[in-house]
Design a binder for this molecule. Structure first.
Ligand code: OGA
Ligand code: NI
Length: 358
């Protein structure tokens, strides 16, 4: 996947938030998606299916464990997405984390511009502007930073305002980290692997956890663009605090898009491409997207748990059989991310590139 194209990060001229607040009635051309790729609000309204709900307390309790593990397994195989309730992460901490990030986005442009994205690590404050001319930009701003491993924490790159933000990030990410380890072990067990298989395949203590705060401003023409265009998450597993009041996240199911109705306090958990690869496609990394609206802004907070960047991931030997040969070529997360950065996320096309021609 080596390429000679330059890898510099997209240049951000204006945050989408400030474009939105300027009161424009028409969105700039760069945000307008081709007619075949626009939201279909009318059609989507017909789909009333809900994604699976998994109860962590049932997964941990001996009398309910077996059934709950089977539900989890089914959710990973059929949806690649679920809502996780009774997960044990402190709900007050979750709310404070969310609210403090929202306060960050309310700071002045000058304050936020101090955190222009680092061209190498991508940490910082920016907007999703297409890298090449052909790419459409998404209607949203974000802040991206690394939380784990601890040595990758560069608090210089984390916002110094609001004053409690850095401390909250540490406390919150530690709780979600523990939860993610429990879930990754359960995935391993359900796949018939050693419980530490997936945590180890992600590099053990060197697993990389990155936080992304997503801010989707009001959009005067929500039927022409997306807050996040369709993509699958490239890494391991994603824990999302959605906006409990403003819908926006949609998950692909065949040729339909299902709008998620978030349960108050739940996490939305989804599996990334690396889990599809390691599980030899028994588990699915499913496409999703975010629509925007003209009346309310939307905020979501994500932690991505990804393999250490230079670990080679491939289908687990135990899951490769004569009937089911290895479906993907080995790759590192580093090479995979580079590829996506150049091409831009295009649904699941990047995973197809790794598909073996058996
Ligand atoms: C993402 C993502 C969904 C959301 O950040 O990768 O899919 O609801 N976010 O914001
Ligand atoms: Ni995503």
């Amino acid at each position: 996947m080596a390429t000679s194209e330059s890898l510099s990060s997209p240049k951000v001229v204006f945050g989408v938030q400030h474009l939105s607040e300027s009161g424009i009635q028409k969105i700039p051309e760069v945000f307008v998606r081709p007619p075949s790729e626009r939201p279909n609000f009318k059609g989507d309204a017909d789909v009333v299916v809900e994604i699976p709900v998994i109860d962590m307390s049932e997964l941990l309790h001996s009398s309910t464990k077996e059934k709950a593990m089977a539900m989890l397994d089914k959710a990973c195989k059929e949806w690649g997405f679920f809502q996780l309730v009774n997960h044990g992460v402190n709900s007050e901490l979750m709310s404070r984390m969310r609210e403090t990030w929202i306060d960050f986005f309310k700071l002045s442009v000058e304050e936020k511009r101090k955190y222009a994205p680092d061209p190498i690590t991508n940490e910082g404050y920016g907007s999703r502007v297409g890298v090449s001319k052909k790419q459409t930009s998404d209607w949203g701003d974000y802040f991206f930073l690394h939380c784990f491993p601890e040595k990758a924490r560069n608090q210089e790159k984390w916002p110094s305002l609001p004053p409690s933000l850095r401390e909250l990030i540490v406390e919150y990410s530690e709780q979600v980290y523990k939860l993610s380890q429990t879930i990754l072990k359960m995935f391993s067990i359900n796949l018939g692997l050693e419980e530490s298989y997936i945590p180890d395949a992600f590099g053990g203590d060197e697993l990389v956890a990155s936080m992304q705060a997503n801010y989707f401003p009001k959009c005067p023409q929500p039927d022409l663009t997306f807050g996040l265009s369709r993509h699958s998450d490239p890494g391991g597993v994603t824990f999302l605090i959605p906006d409990y009041n403003v819908k926006g996240l949609q998950v692909r199911r065949g040729d339909k898009w299902i709008t998620i109705n978030p349960i108050n306090g739940a996490f939305i958990v989804n599996l990334g491409d690396k889990l599809e690869i390691i599980s030899n496609a028994i588990y699915k990394s499913v496409e999703h997207r975010v629509f925007v609206n003209s009346l309310q802004e939307r905020f979501s907070l994500v932690i991505f748990f990804n393999p250490k960047y230079d670990v080679v991931n491939k289908p687990a030997d135990e899951l490769v059989t004569e009937d089911r040969p290895a479906l993907y070529l080995p790759t590192t997360f580093q090479d995979y991310k580079k590829y996506i950065m150049i091409k831009g996320a295009q649904g699941k096309s990047e995973l197809q590139v790794l598909q073996k021609k058996n």
